[in-house]
Ligand binder design. Structure first.
Ligand code: F6P
Length: 531
C-alpha cells in the first residue's frame, strides 16, 4: 500500500505544474472524468487527475479494503470499533428491502414501526392547529433537519419550523419572541438527552410555554435513544420517538431526528427524501469504482488533501436554499474524519480530514473568492447547481446563477496570464512601468481544481441523494486513511472543562488550579458583569 501512496506522491511532483487545461486536448476528457447516475452528474475533469493518477487512486481504494468495509457496514457489523457499535443510518432508508441484523436481530421491523409512528404524528400535527414547530437540538440533532428544511422550502405545506441550538440565550429568546405558546410544538432532539446546550434550552422553552398558556405535557415531544432521561425530563414514552445507538448524531436526519422535516414537507415528501438516499446507497454498493459517484468524489478528496497537500476544501452550492449545506458538511466531514489515530491505535500516517468550509454562491463570490482566485494557497472547490430553480417566473435569475457557477470553475482552471493582463492594460492606455505594475495585479494563476455536481432540481429525492453521496464520500476517505469516521472523542475534553468551569464562572468556586490566563479571563468577566 505504501508503494501506491509513494507512486501518487511522485506523480504529483511530476505533474503539479501541468495546466489542467492541457488535459482537455483529450476530447473525451469531460465525459471520461465525470460520473453519472440516473439524474446527477459529477464532473471532476477540472482537476489535475489523469488516467494514470486515477488508476493509482483506484488501486489505493482497493488496497485499503473499501468495498469489504462498505459491505460490512451495510450488513450491520460493528465497524465503529472504538464505541463497539454498528453504523446503520443506511437501515433507516432501507425501504421495502431485506433484513439487516445487529447481534442476530433484524433491525428493520423496528425501523418500520418508528417510521409509521412518525408519519402518524406528523399527519396529526399538520392537521392540528399547530402553527409553529421549534426543534431544540445541536450538532447532528440540529444541522441535518435545519439544513434540509431550508433546502426544501418550496415543498413546505406544514407549520413553520424553527431551530434553536446555541446555548446563548439570544438564540432561544429571538426564536420564541413572536410565537404563540398555545400553538407551538417543541421538539427536544438529543440522542443522549444529556447535551447541556439542548437541555438548558429545553428547560427554558418549557418555562416559556407554561408562562404563556401552553401545555408542555401535550406540546413537547422528544427524539432520543435515552428513554429513561426523556421520562425524567417529564416527556411520557408515547411522546418519545426513539432510535438506536447505531445511528450516529451527524447521520441521523433519516430517522426521528428528521421529524421537523417530515412535519414541514409531509410524510410523502420525507419518503421521497429517504428514497433518494436509498438510491445513492444502492449505487454506492453496486457500481464499480470508476462509475461510483461517492468513490470518485472521495478519490478527488484524497488526491487534493493527502497527495497535493491542499489543506481545505470549499463547498459552494449555487442554491440559496443550500446555504446551510456547508455547515452541515462541516460537521459531517470534520467530526467524522478529523482524527489523528488510526483504527489500530497507531498514529495516522497522513494528514486526515481537510478543513471544510463554504457558502452559497453567488454570495461567496463577493466575499472570499478573491483569495480562492489569487491567494497563495490552492483551495479545491466543490460546486453544485441545479438545471432548474423552483421559480419559473424568475428563470432568468436561475440562468444567471448557473452562468456564475460555471464561470467560476472555468476561471479557476484557465486563469489569466501576464500577457493577457498586459494586453488589458494596454487597452486602457497604460504603458511602461505602470503598465507592468498594474498588469501583475490582474494575473490569475489558474490551474486551480474544482468539481461540479449538477442535478435536475433540488427536490426531496435529490437532496436525499446529495446527502448520502457526501456521507459515503466521508466513509470512503475514512477507510482509506485507516481511521474510524464514526466516533467523536475530540469533543469530550471541552465538554468536561466547561462543566468544571461553570461554578467558577458563576462565582461559586475558585479558579485555583486553572492556568493564569483562564483565571485572569474569569476574573475580568466576573468583575465586569452587570450587578
Ligand atoms: O458535538 C458532539 C455531539 O455528540 C455530536 O456528535 C452530536 O451530533 C451532538 O453532540 C449532539 O448530541 P446529542 O444528540 O446527544 O444531543
Amino acid at each position: 500500500m505504501m508503494e501506491i501512496w509513494q507512486s501518487l506522491k511522485s506523480r504529483h511532483a511530476a505533474i503539479a505544474e501541468r495546466p489542467i487545461l492541457a488535459l482537455f486536448e483529450d476530447e473525451m476528457r469531460a465525459d471520461d472524468f465525470s460520473v453519472q447516475t440516473q439524474d446527477m452528474r459529477l464532473d471532476y475533469s477540472k482537476t489535475n487527475i489523469d488516467r494514470d493518477t486515477r488508476a493509482d487512486l483506484i488501486a489505493l481504494l482497493e488496497a485499503t479494503g473499501v468495498a469489504a468495509k462498505r459491505d460490512a457496514m451495510f450488513r450491520g457489523e460493528k465497524i465503529n470499533e472504538t464505541e463497539g457499535r454498528a453504523v446503520l443510518h443506511t437501515a433507516l432508508r432501507n425501504l421495502d428491502a431485506g433484513s439487516v441484523e445487529v447481534d442476530g436481530q433484524d433491525v428493520m421491523p423496528g425501523v418500520r414501526v418508528s417510521l409509521k409512528r412518525m408519519r402518524q404524528f406528523a399527519n396529526e400535527v399538520r392537521q392540528s392547529g399547530i402553527t409553529d414547530v421549534v426543534n431544540i437540538g445541536i450538532g447532528g440533532s440540529d444541522l441535518g433537519p435545519a439544513m434540509a428544511v431550508a433546502a426544501l422550502a418550496p415543498y413546505h405545506d406544514g407549520p413553520r419550523c424553527h431551530f434553536v441550538s446555541n446555548v446563548d440565550g439570544a438564540h432561544i429568546a429571538d426564536t420564541l419572541r413572536g410565537l404563540d405558546a398555545k400553538t407551538t410544538l417543541v421538539i427536544v432532539a438529543s440522542k443522549t438527552f444529556t447535551t447541556i446546550e439542548t437541555m438548558t434550552n429545553a428547560r427554558t422553552a418549557r418555562a416559556w410555554m407554561v408562562d404563556h398558556g401552553g401545555d408542555p405535557e401535550t406540546q413537547f415531544v422528544a427524539l432520543s435513544t435515552a428513554e429513561d432521561k426523556t421520562t425524567a425530563f417529564g416527556i411520557t414514552p408515547e411522546r418519545v420517538f426513539g432510535f438506536e445507538d447505531w445511528v450516529g448524531g451527524r447521520y441521523s436526519v433519516w430517522g426521528p431526528i428528521g421529524l421537523s422535516l417530515m412535519i414541514a414537507i409531509g410524510p410523502d415528501g420525507f419518503d421521497a427524501f429517504l428514497r433518494g438516499a436509498q438510491a445513492m446507497d444502492l449505487h454506492f454498493c453496486a457500481a464499480e469504482p470508476l462509475e461510483n459517484m461517492p468513490m470518485m468524489l472521495a478519490l478527488t478528496g484524497i488526491w487534493h488533501n493527502q497527495i497535493c497537500d491542499f489543506a481545505t476544501r470549499a463547498v459552494l452550492p449555487y442554491d440559496q436554499r443550500l446555504s446551510l449545506l456547508p455547515d452541515y458538511l462541516q460537521q459531517l466531514e470534520m467530526e467524522s474524519n478529523g482524527k489523528r489515530v488510526q483504527m489500530d491505535g497507531s498514529d495516522a500516517a497522513h494528514h486526515t480530514g481537510p478543513v471544510v468550509w463554504g457558502a452559497a454562491g453567488t454570495n461567496g463570490q463577493h466575499a472570499f473568492y478573491q483569495l480562492i482566485h489569487q491567494g497563495t494557497r490552492v483551495i479545491p472547490c466543490e460546486f453544485m447547481v441545479a438545471a432548474n430553480g423552483h421559480e419559473p417566473e424568475l428563470a432568468h435569475h436561475h440562468q444567471l446563477l448557473v452562468a456564475n457557477c460555471l464561470a467560476q470553475s472555468e476561471a479557476l482552471m484557465r486563469g489569466r496570464s501576464l500577457m493577457q493582463a498586459r494586453r488589458l492594460m494596454e487597452e486602457k492606455g497604460l504603458e511602461g512601468d505602470e503598465l507592468e505594475r498594474q498588469a501583475k495585479h490582474r494575473v490569475f494563476p489558474g490551474n486551480r481544481p474544482s468539481t461540479t455536481l449538477v442535478y435536475e432540481r433540488l427536490d426531496p429525492f435529490t437532496l436525499g441523494q446529495i446527502i448520502a453521496l457526501y456521507e459515503h464520500r466521508v466513509f470512503v476517505e475514512g477507510v482509506m486513511l485507516g481511521i474510524n469516521s464514526y466516533d467523536q472523542w475530540g469533543v469530550e475534553l471541552g465538554k468536561e472543562l466547561a462543566t468544571s468551569l461553570q461554578p467558577v464562572v458563576e462565582g461559586e468556586a475558585s479558579a485555583e488550579g486553572k492556568d493564569s490566563s483562564t483565571a485572569a479571563l474569569v476574573d475580568y468577566l466576573i468583575r465586569h458583569r452587570d450587578r
